[in-house]
Design a protein around this ligand. Structure first.
Ligand SMILES: [Zn+2]
Length: 469
């Protein structure tokens, strides 16, 4: 604690010098800030904030923010899973900017870790720990940004709202974003939001690509239920529910739903076409031309399922349930389909089309409860997106900025559904680190060298979008 006080004074004095020239007023001294960034980030990783323990992070954040004169509010549906909001007021000429991060982390299997998963151990240039990627870099960057806005006395055109939310990974009780949007929306309502859901890729030692998350697919799962006549396993029946279900699952599982690009995915493939090796670039160009798209889709279906999924609403069978005994024909059989819809999909029309593909009156489509609201893609034409693109170019010189649509789902859905233009960010990783030490993986780690530019990125975007001009 003492160390921080000393550090804080050092920082303030550096800034009061810089404050003399208006251009330098918003310049932070990143070399001086490094120890504090690392310390705060590691402190957050050291908190075991697995589901049910998120209030630990809220207590830490409250203490740090309030020690520097930033008031906080705590909102809790469950006292152990609180959310924290802090607001720096602007002059109100523009609507607020919300910077948010989730505090919870997924569980750990300790025996898989070479180090203490909540030690934030520094080894080989990495900070190791659960949450070191997901989502504590964003939480730490947002925290530092709030502290620096306050210390430097930055005049704001819009409020900057900091939200630390619980229960992102498993919010079955609705304690996090659902609670905040439903009960306390006025406290977080904003024109723009920035949170996890993007990233950056390091190739040959430099950041080559920066992804800004602008859209995500909508989980729209169903259960297929086939019914038939029950009977003895020794007597074959044409109305066997398993046969009907099996046929339906095969049809929808192989169904090539229509390809449709949106603003984000079109820009995504265009940018990839511009930076990929010749073969791959030619394939992306084929994809963008309706006359040749079929061949490119076939390639992606076989070689790059993630990108294939970005082209369409996808239907993936994930659960089969049927049968009570080897000699019994059951009267019912069911399958679960994990359907991920494009942001602009007409879900009713899609289910009707699926019923036509199945074309079997013995098989019914039952909708499962939706876990997320439909969320429109955020625009690439906003002040926020343009600032993120510009800042990426200065923090990561030479990097290509690519908007991306996640095939998964995140808390941005709830924000976009309420009219907030929301954008995803993340620190940079190499491909091998992303593969071997991913978010939610057995072992998670972040290169220390990725942390500092990421904080600068968040800071610069917030200043560009919110500071008084
Ligand atoms: Zn996350």
């Amino acid at each position: 604690m003492k160390r921080f006080l000393v550090l804080a004074f050092a920082v303030v004095s550096v800034y009061s010098l810089q404050a003399q020239s208006p251009g330098a007023r918003t310049q932070a001294d990143w070399d001086k800030l490094r120890p504090e960034i690392l310390e705060r980030y590691r402190s957050l990783v050291q908190l075991d904030t697995t589901a049910g323990h998120e209030t630990r992070a809220v207590e830490y954040l409250k203490k740090v923010l309030e020690a520097e004169g930033i008031p906080t509010q705590t909102f809790a549906l469950d006292p152990n899973r609180a959310n924290l909001v802090a607001r720096l007021k602007g002059n109100g000429s523009k609507r607020p900017l919300l910077i948010l991060a989730h505090t919870d982390v997924v569980g750990v299997q300790r025996e898989k870790w070479p180090v203490d998963p909540f030690g934030a151990v520094m080894k080989d240039g990495y900070v190791w720990g659960r949450g070191s990627k997901d989502d504590k870099p964003v939480l730490a960057a947002n925290l530092i940004t709030m502290l620096m806005l306050k210390r430097l006395g930055i005049q704001l055109d819009r409020d900057v709202i900091f939200l630390a939310e619980s229960g992102e990974e498993a919010d079955l009780a609705g304690v996090g974003i659902n609670f905040m949007v439903r009960e306390h929306f006025a406290d977080i309502d904003a024109e723009f939001a920035m949170t996890e859901g993007g990233g950056a890729r390091i190739d040959s030692g430099r950041v080559a690509r920066v992804n800004i998350g602008t859209a995500e697919k909508l989980p729209a799962r169903v259960r297929l239920v086939a019914t038939g006549t029950a009977g003895h396993g020794s007597v074959p029946r044409l109305d066997n529910a398993l046969i009907h279900l099996g046929t339906a699952v095969q049809k929808v599982g192989l169904w090539e739903t229509p390809m449709r690009l949106n603003e984000t995915t079109r820009a995504y493939f265009e940018k990839l076409a511009a930076i990929s090796p010749p073969d791959r670039a030619a394939m992306y160009k084929q994809l963008l031309d309706p006359k040749s798209a079929a061949a490119a889709q076939k390639f992606l279906r076989e070689q790059s399922p993630g990108e294939y999924s970005m082209l369409r609403t996808s239907v993936v069978p994930t659960i089969l349930k049927a049968g009570v005994g080897a000699n019994v024909i059951p009267s019912e059989a069911e399958a679960t389909l994990d359907i991920r819809a494009l942001p602009d999909e007409n879900i009713d029309a899609f289910y009707a089309e699926m019923a036509k593909v199945i074309a079997d009156p013995a098989v019914k489509i039952d909708r499962l409860p939706q876990t997320r609201p439909p969320s429109p893609a955020s625009s690439l034409q906003t002040e926020m997106y343009r600032a993120m693109e510009r800042v990426a170019g200065t923090v990561y010189p030479g990097a290509t900025v690519i908007p991306s649509m996640s095939t998964g789902a995140s808390d941005q859905a709830q924000l976009r559904a309420r009219g907030i233009q929301s954008y995803g960010i993340g620190p940079a990783s190499t491909e091998s680190d992303e593969t071997n030490y991913p978010a939610h993986g057995d072992v998670e780690r972040l290169a220390e060298s990725s942390l500092y530019p990421f904080v600068q990125y968040v800071w610069n975007v917030v200043v560009e979008v919110a500071a008084h001009k």
